[in-house]
Design a binder for this molecule. Structure first.
Ligand SMILES: [Zn+2]
Length: 317
């Protein structure tokens, strides 16, 4: 509901005659605003480090490429946005395998880093951490790999209750990942980061965990800082991160400071978990380019490309 008098205040704001001193301030504000507009967007390559290619987009396994976003469509979206590499995972794993193996992907100049999804169906979201058949599936998928190369990680997985990080299969998978040098993509809260990191032999010192959304519940930047200091290979992926951007899609000061403190530890991602995210893929990538342009060029390139590329040895395009 609109507050009474709102249109009048707006009118007065637009047309109030300016005193000479105000004109001076107005000029300063205008110059500052023009400077902000002119801050160039980041134009380098992007590494989409959180991409799903689920059956709703790709089509059912029995009728692959029959969905609303067949391979040609998603690759065109990546191509026109300068996305040169992706961490791909999908429910079921067929979408990832298709992306990794297709000559179309190579022709589009996109490098695929395939991850093993833990979910065969939606029921697995809330049960995987205690379901031994999920562990068996991960081991079998890992042994098989994709026609485009081996799997490089596990996830994305979710823990809606952080205590489930201590589920028997969650424990086994954290140990397995570290033994096999697989990265982890985990959508969890900050408490679950500590719990998960306690499982592998290195106790999180050599665990390559990408924290999807870097705390989707809005955990304070200071707590993110604490976890980054504790676990040297913990990385933060920034889709859906509350408090990241402020006016005009620019970085909020607190997060700008955190990104500058840890320039080697953040990555970007689309999180195409529903088809709507594919429809807005251009806007998502443009949003990243806008705030990356706010950072020193070397830091922008690290977060946009190099940090994820370095994790998996992907060569510069
Ligand atoms: Zn996701």
């Amino acid at each position: 509901m609109m507050a009474p008098g709102w249109p009048l205040r707006r009118f007065c704001g637009c047309f109030w005659p300016l005193a000479p001193a105000s004109i001076g301030w107005a000029a300063i504000i205008l110059i500052a605003f023009a400077g902000a507009v002119q801050a160039a967007d980041y134009r380098g390559p992007l590494f989409d480090a959180h991409l799903h290619y689920n059956e709703e987009a790709f089509g059912q396994p029995q009728a692959a490429n029959s969905g609303p976003h067949p391979l040609a469509d998603v690759l065109a979206r990546m191509q026109r946005n300068g996305v040169k590499a992706i961490i791909a995972n999908s429910r079921p794993n067929d979408g990832t395998k298709a992306l990794a193996a297709s000559p179309q992907t190579r022709a589009a100049g996109v490098t695929v880093v395939p991850f093993i999804r833990l979910y065969r169906n939606r029921d697995d979201y809330t049960n995987w951490f205690r379901d031994e058949t999920i562990y068996d599936m991960v081991v079998a998928e890992h042994a098989r790999g994709t026609a485009g190369g081996p799997f490089r990680g596990i996830g994305e997985f979710h823990l809606y209750d952080s205590a489930n990080a201590n589920g028997p299969v969650a424990k086994k998978l954290m140990v397995y990942a570290e033994e096999k040098n697989l990265a982890i993509l985990a959508h969890v809260d900050d408490a679950a980061i500590d719990l998960l990191m306690a499982h592998p032999p290195s106790k999180g010192q050599r665990t390559r965990l990408i924290w999807a959304h870097t705390g989707i519940g809005g955990v304070p930047a200071a707590r993110v800082d604490e976890l980054f200091a504790r676990y040297p290979l913990l990385m933060g992926e920034l889709s859906y991160r509350p408090g990241l951007t402020c006016d005009g899609g620019k970085l909020c000061p607190e997060w700008r400071a955190l990104l500058l403190k840890y320039p080697n530890r953040f990555v970007i991602g689309s999180d195409t978990w529903v088809n709507q995210r594919w429809m807005y893929y251009d806007d998502l990538m443009q949003g990243y380019r806008t705030w990356l342009g706010d950072l020193p060029p070397d830091v922008a390139r690290k977060i946009g490309w190099e940090n994820a590329a370095g994790l998996f040895g992907v060569k510069a395009p």
